[in-house]
Write a protein that binds this ligand. Structure first.
Ligand code: GDP
Ligand code: MG
Length: 182
């Protein structure tokens, strides 16, 4: 009976951004509900998977994290190929990591071999919001919103991998917009 068979979808998600912004921490929080202060630039695997429910669909996110190669800004097309969504991450307390987003966005768009680059789904995460003291953000929010609008209205979330703030919400958005683009 085919009606009993749930529809399954595998979505490839790429995490990109400067070294130290918290890509691995976000992934570990989302997939394993773990956070570590200890810096580790490598993980053992190319990707991890996480199953979630988006309305009536069971979706498997295949999340690809970099293993420190982002220092050299060359991840290559094999890493990017077949991606369904690209998650760009910066550190809200480090303007330099926001400025680097252009390079990451362009590098991905150029190398991912996209059918329709204009319509490709990106999500932006401003991470480490827990370290922020409540005063004005170093990376001005208006600038961030402007950047997102200029790139085709990229959804934006402030996150904390440490406090598990907005992590679940952000990846649900990733799954949704990746599904819409399928
Ligand atoms: P990556 O190089 O982008 O993968 O960054 P990591 O995930 O390795 O994180 C770099 C450092 O920042 C580590 O020491 C993490 O513990 C820390 N970190 C990551 N996310 C957060 C966060 O949301 N808040 C705080 N306070 N520290 C974080
Ligand atoms: Mg990492």
């Amino acid at each position: 009976d085919t009606s009993l068979r749930r529809k399954r979808t595998l979505l490839k998600v790429i995490l990109l951004g400067d070294c130290g912004v918290g890509k691995t921490a976000l992934m570990n929080q989302y997939v394993y509900k773990k956070f570590s202060e200890h810096y580790k630039s490598t993980i053992g695997a190319d990707f991890v998977t996480k199953e979630l429910q988006v309305e009536d669909k069971t979706v498997t996110l295949q999340i690809w994290d970099t293993a420190g190669q982002e220092k050299f800004q060359s991840l290559g097309s094999a890493f990017y190929r077949g991606a369904d969504c690209c998650v760009l991450v910066y550190d809200v307390n480090a303007p330099r990591t926001f400025d680097a987003l252009n390079t990451w966005h362009d590098d991905f768009s150029r190398q991912a071999d996209l059918n329709n680059p204009e319509a490709f789904p990106f999500v932006l995460l401003g991470n480490k919001i827990d370290l922020h003291d409540g005063q004005n953000l170093t990376v001005v929010e208006e600038k961030v919103k402007e950047w997102c609008e200029g790139r085709g209205n990229i959804p934006y979330f402030q996150t904390s991998a440490k406090q598990n703030y907005n992590v679940e919400e952000a990846f649900l958005c990733v799954a949704k917009i990746a599904l819409e683009n399928e």
